[in-house]
Design a protein around this ligand. Structure first.
Ligand code: MLT
Length: 410
């Protein structure tokens, strides 16, 4: 009989968001009359912007005519989109990225997990706690960990707690890490580092020959000046970092699917013989073997994000969500909660009161106020005692949710 990958058996029962959905569906089944407001998973609610829709439709139209029909696209994505990315997301911010260093993909979730394939199994991985669960779960699936300990940590992972004490910006790891996942603006805490904070990481990686896997899927939500949008704004980062970006939250593409990953050509890792090898060419090899690219209409739709009208429309959408975040912050602060994030990120990270645990507050919110939020402990042991509110809801629902919370005892 074929054998399973037993690393999967080490995983926590279910991926966090399906588990939340299961509990919500169960509640809805027995309470069908209740109107549930979802502020759990960070899924967008506003439709695609008009410029994107128009480009998407034009792309589909081109696919319907013999002269403009396209089959397989380039494995690394169409040049027109990669050019627009380099110009708008990097050069305009003073960062030099080559067009060939950009790989278009169907999502940062898959890229941040799949990237591990191009690294040897014996690399040590450092991960923040709390964290976007994909980094931990894919590390476990790959077989890079032992079992889960009593404290919820897996043997083999270097955890970097992000707590109120360090303003949710991790300290450098105590032992050497080969690969380091960082996500800023952070999911789930909403924390953002200063350039100095990030510089420490780049310097650490440079002196330890480590590689930073930098997820900046939420950079478009940064409101304050002087906060880095890209790790490549930091000198020396090209030799130590890979960056992941996504249109999911920026442009409402959670269902449309488009993202990109930047791998500088000078970024190297070692073979077992000690020779340096470029990661860029390994990722190209991986993608061209296992991935046939994002559809032409979707890449055309993503390209429209960079048009003048697209930029203006996107700004309105982001402002809308960030105003939601402001309402959540303000209302919960008024109710005496400690609230973090929600200023440069679409997530508010909220301390539970009277030491009730994250799932208890989740249940209370669901059963008494019919609101779904994400229990902090689902993001890791240091998330215990917190709950995350997503600002990606419709305004009227955010206002109603905050009203409902006012009327229950939490
Ligand atoms: C989240 O809620 O943390 C995100 O929506 C998950 C994701 O982007 O995959």
């Amino acid at each position: 009989m074929a054998k399973i990958n037993e690393n999967y058996l080490k995983l926590q029962a279910g991926y966090l968001f399906p588990e939340i959905e299961r509990r919500v569906n169960e509640y809805s089944r027995t309470n069908p009359e209740k109107k549930i407001i979802k502020m759990g998973i960070g899924d967008v609610t506003l439709p695609l912007i008009p410029s994107v829709v128009k480009a998407f439709q034009e792309g589909v139209d081109e696919m319907s005519k013999i002269k403009t029909f396209r089959g397989y696209g380039p494995y690394e994505g169409y040049r027109f989109l990669r050019e627009a990315i380099v110009k708008n997301d990097y050069i305009d911010r003073g960062v030099k990225i080559d067009i060939d260093e950009v790989f278009i993909s169907d999502g940062s979730k898959s890229d941040t997990g799949n990237i591990q394939e191009i690294f040897g199994i014996d690399n040590t991985i450092a991960i923040t706690d709390p964290v976007y669960p994909v980094y931990v779960d894919t590390t476990i699936m790959a077989g890079r960990t032992g079992k889960m300990q009593k404290n919820g940590y897996f043997d083999g992972i270097i955890y970097m707690p992000c707590t109120e004490d360090n303003n949710f910006i991790p300290d450098l790891p105590e032992s050497r890490a080969d690969l380091i996942y960082l996500c800023f603006p952070n999911n789930p805490t909403g924390a953002t580092p200063s350039k100095n904070d990030l510089k420490k990481w780049v310097d650490y990686a440079a002196s330890n020959n480590s590689i930073i896997l930098y997820d900046s899927a939420y950079e478009a939500f940064i409101q304050e000046k002087n906060i880095p949008h890209s790790i490549f704004e930091i000198e020396g980062a090209r030799r130590v970092a890979i960056e992941f970006r996504s249109y999911s939250k920026t442009a409402g593409f959670t269902g449309t699917r488009c993202a990109y990953t930047v791998i500088p050509k000078e970024l190297m890792a070692k073979t077992s013989k000690g020779d340096s090898y470029p990661l860029h060419s390994l990722w190209y090899r991986r993608q061209s073997t296992k991935f046939n690219g994002v559809s032409y209409p979707v890449q055309k739709a993503a390209y429209a994000v960079y048009s003048d009208s697209g930029k203006a429309e996107i700004r309105d959408v982001i402002n809308y969500y960030m105003k939601n975040a402001g309402i959540i912050r303000e209302q919960l602060l008024k109710l005496g909660f400690k609230v973090y994030g929600g200023i440069n990120a679409p997530y508010a990270w909220v301390r539970t009161k009277e030491n009730i645990d994250s799932w208890e507050l989740f249940d209370k919110l669901l059963f008494e106020a019919n609101i779904v939020a994400t229990p902090g402990s689902g993001f890791g042991p240091s998330g215990e005692g917190f709950i995350r509110f997503s600002a990606f809801a419709l305004r009227e629902n955010v206002i109603e949710a905050m009203d409902r919370i006012k009327n229950i005892k939490l």
